[in-house]
Design a protein around this ligand. Structure first.
Ligand code: C2E
Ligand code: CA
Ligand code: CA
Length: 732
């Protein structure tokens, strides 16, 4: 098959070709006129034949091309339509059928406009007008509704030369449109959403943020992008918090929680944060998207609401609800730890009368003031609550020492003794306290409440302004302590106290070179009372200072006497409680002056202190110890081995004697661990420049072992109990 190019393209060419063909085959042409005419005819004949042939060929080519183009048209991957100016379909291809979901026979003759979705018809009509008016191709995107499904198409159409029809090419763009719409939606959401969005890459560099992020954090896109995600870190969370977050991100790709972050201006805020991971095609993370919102205010509001539900607005104390909750927790804890807990019911005496006569306003102020006063008497771990009216409750948990209940109750009564003053009004209000113990008095919350209430009524009945235990035994011991406290106040003046002396023996020689002064109380009715019972009361009430000074004066005179008559280096040690060290009323200068008046050096006295005092580290303690040292007095560390037993700080405080506790000494047998420890302590003490006194030596064996271990002095029943000064003199 020849191509278009191979055909002669002008008459001139045909003629030349015909001439050449004739010259090859025909006779020679002469100049004769008849010859010339014939020649012309022959040439024309050939020319005509050639033209015919060319035409035939051209038609064949054209027909073939048409066939090919019809095929192309039919099988083109694009839907083609030929539409009339009234949009009637004249022709379409397979893809056109497929696009509209109908056979060609059903389509031809239908108006295309009827297939266009209603709301898109105006657009389509304008488009068709443009196609037939304008010279070039036109484009539009519309939705078609055909065969029950709708699809987005892009149409490109160009009118034929006669402007009676047009060729329209259509592509289904539904997928692209959907993606576009989703993208647009996402973009709208991204821009408009209230939540701050931060996108980070796998190096934790910020790659994108939205406007809400800027609003929340104060960082603009320029400032944030490229920064590390730790830009917002507040420093409020431990590293364990972030470890858990990363663990979750690495295992599940997700993390949700609350986090304290920091804004650009330094302000911290609580954010609810959710992080998700975007994975690449290889399944590895490529992006992390963090969405957060500020919940600081919300949390604050929640706290206020929960506070309102749990707090008494007048006093700021827990209300009934929170009190019951705390009580249940305290009971559970007590059950778990096997430590006792106490519940106190406090009721203001005659509050109703005050309220009625002085007005509710005064009543309110009084309750406020009461709550402040009560609060000042309790430990931080205790819960003071106001369940209602003029009733207060106190939960005391983790009780190691039951005496502390009574101590607190006393303090509460005491603090209420001062008058309440409001403007011109002044009044006195006492409180009645009922106390019940868990698990001693009750096994359940309700029972405990009932028992405390009963105890409180008992207190009222007994005359108000007092406390009552639910348990008779507790009540009895509390009352006895109370009486003892009152009695102790008069004991000094009534000369019921006296000082006993226990000899301290130099182990190597058996000589009594020292003695410890131990105070004794001869109670007029109860007989002798142990120092272990009354010294704590003296400490609580502050009477210990008075007693201590009195003991000191007794001892000073005694040591003067013994130095004169027995041994000129004699030394007496006196015990000093921590309470005395912390007190300001303890005038050391008076002590030193007293020694001077008697012409005694400081070294005639040793002060016994306990380890706890040294560990407390307060300056007032250090100052007083230094004052003793300056005055030449010596110091002994009492009860060594029962407390922290650390030798390291002893050097710092210049301790002269170490007293090994009797609990330690009583277990001494040859080769025992206690023996080994004893030996070690003695050795260490000597290295640190201290002498060692063993307390509680009761047997000859103990004396021997201690002597062998290098112990300097011994004290205990083996030598003598604490006795009167006269009795001790007999032992010299
Ligand atoms: P402490 O200072 O450890 O006194 C030693 C206690 O052990 C004394 O008890 C003493 O009688 C007792 N004791 C002595 N040798 C033996 C023995 O071989 N075996 C046994 N089982 N016990 C022995 P006391 O006199 O009842 O004193 C008890 C605590 O009272 C003293 O313990 C001391 O901490 C305190 N205390 C005594 N008098 C005073 C004082 O005047 N002022 C201060 N602040 N506290 C004092
Ligand atoms: Ca002592
Ligand atoms: Ca002791």
């Amino acid at each position: 098959m020849k191509n278009w190019k191979d055909l002669p393209d002008s008459n001139q060419e045909f003629r030349q070709s015909a001439e050449r063909r004739l010259a090859d085959t025909g006779p020679d042409v002469t100049g004769e006129p008849q010859h010339r005419l014939l020649h012309e005819l022959q040439v024309h004949q050939i020319e005509l034949e050639m033209q015919n042939e060319a035409l035939r060929e051209a038609r064949a080519i054209a027909e073939h091309a048409l066939e090919r183009y019809a095929e192309l048209f039919d099988f083109a991957p694009i839907a083609y339509f030929t539409l009339g100016s009234d949009s009637r379909i004249q022709q379409t291809n397979f893809n056109g059928e497929r696009l509209l979901g109908a056979a060609r026979s059903n389509l031809v003759g239908r108006r295309f406009a009827n297939i266009v979705a209603g709301e898109h018809r105006p657009v389509f009509n304008r488009f068709m007008e443009n196609v037939f008016c304008n010279p070039g191709a036109e484009r539009c995107e519309i939705v078609l509704d055909s065969g029950g499904k709708s699809s987005w198409v892009s149409i490109e159409a160009i009118a034929d030369a006669d402007r009676k029809s047009c060729l329209a090419a259509m592509v289904d763009i539904s997928e692209r449109k959907q993606a576009e719409q989703e993208l647009q939606l996402a973009a709208t959401v991204y821009l408009a959403i209230e939540e701050a969005i931060m996108v980070a890459d796998t190096d934790n560099r910020i790659v994108a943020i939205n406007p809400a992020f800027t609003k929340l954090t104060g960082y603009s896109a320029e400032e944030a992008i490229g920064q590390s995600t730790s830009l917002l870190k507040s420093g409020r969370h431990e590293s364990a918090f972030f470890q858990a977050m990363w663990h979750s991100l690495n295992t599940t790709g997700q993390w949700q929680g609350e986090i304290w972050n920091r804004r650009k201006n330094g302000e911290e805020f609580l954010a609810r944060l959710s992080i998700s991971t975007v994975y690449g095609e290889n399944g590895l993370p490529v992006r992390r998207v963090a969405m957060s919102s500020d919940i600081t205010e919300q949390r604050r509001a929640e706290e206020i609401i929960s506070k309102q539900a749990n707090i008494d607005p007048l006093t700021g104390l827990p209300n009934r609800r929170l009190f019951l909750d705390r009580l249940q927790r305290a009971i559970n804890k007590s059950h778990r730890t096997r430590q006792k807990m106490a519940l106190m019911f406090l009721d203001l005496d005659h509050f109703k009368d005050i309220n009625d006569t002085l007005g509710h306003d005064f009543g309110d102020r009084l309750l406020e003031e009461t709550s402040l006063r009560l609060k000042s008497c309790i430990r931080e771990t205790d819960t003071l609550a106001r369940p209602g009216g003029d009733e207060f409750t106190l939960i005391m948990g983790e009780l190691k020492d039951l005496n502390s209940i009574e101590r607190v109750a006393q303090a509460l009564l005491q603090t209420m003794m001062a008058p309440f003053q409001l403007k011109d009004e002044r009044c006195y209000v006492s409180v009645s306290i009922g106390i019940a113990l868990y698990p001693d008095d009750a096994e359940t919350l309700d029972e405990l409440l009932r028992k405390a209430d009963q105890a409180m009524y008992a207190a009222k009945k007994l005359g108000r302004g007092r406390f009552c235990f639910f348990t008779p035994a507790m009540q009895a011991s509390a009352e006895s302590r109370l009486r003892l406290t009152n009695d102790l106040r008069h004991a000094l003046a009534d000369k019921q106290l006296w000082v006993a002396y226990q000899p301290i023996v130099e182990l190597a020689t058996g000589k009594i070179l020292k003695a410890e002064a131990l105070v004794r109380w001869q109670h007029p009715r109860r007989g002798p009372i142990e120092p272990t019972e009354f010294i704590p009361i003296a400490e609580e009430t502050g009477l210990i200072n008075e007693i201590g000074t009195w003991v000191f004066h007794q001892v000073a005179e005694q040591v003067w006497n013994w130095r004169m008559n027995y041994y000129d280096q004699f030394q007496i040690s006196i015990n000093k409680s921590p309470a005395q060290f912390h007190s300001n009323s303890d005038k050391l200068s008076d002590w030193f002056e007293h020694l001077q008046r008697l012409g005694l050096p400081g070294s005639c006295i040793a002060v016994e202190i306990t380890e706890g005092l040294l560990l407390d580290g307060s300056t007032i303690v250090a100052e007083k110890l230094a004052a003793f040292k300056n005055a030449g007095m010596q110091t002994s560390l009492d009860d060594f081995g029962t407390g922290y037993s650390s030798l390291s700080y002893l050097k710092k405080y210049h301790i002269d004697f170490l007293k090994i506790d009797r609990a330690f000494v009583s277990n001494l047998t040859a080769g025992s661990t206690d023996m080994a420890l004893c030996e070690a302590i003695i050795m260490m003490a000597h290295i640190l420049g201290m002498k060692v006194i063993a307390e509680g030596v009761e047997t000859e064996e103990q004396r021997c072992l201690l002597l062998k271990a290098g112990c300097d002095y011994g004290q205990g029943f083996f030598f003598s109990k604490a006795v009167t000064a006269e009795a001790l003199e007999k032992l010299f």
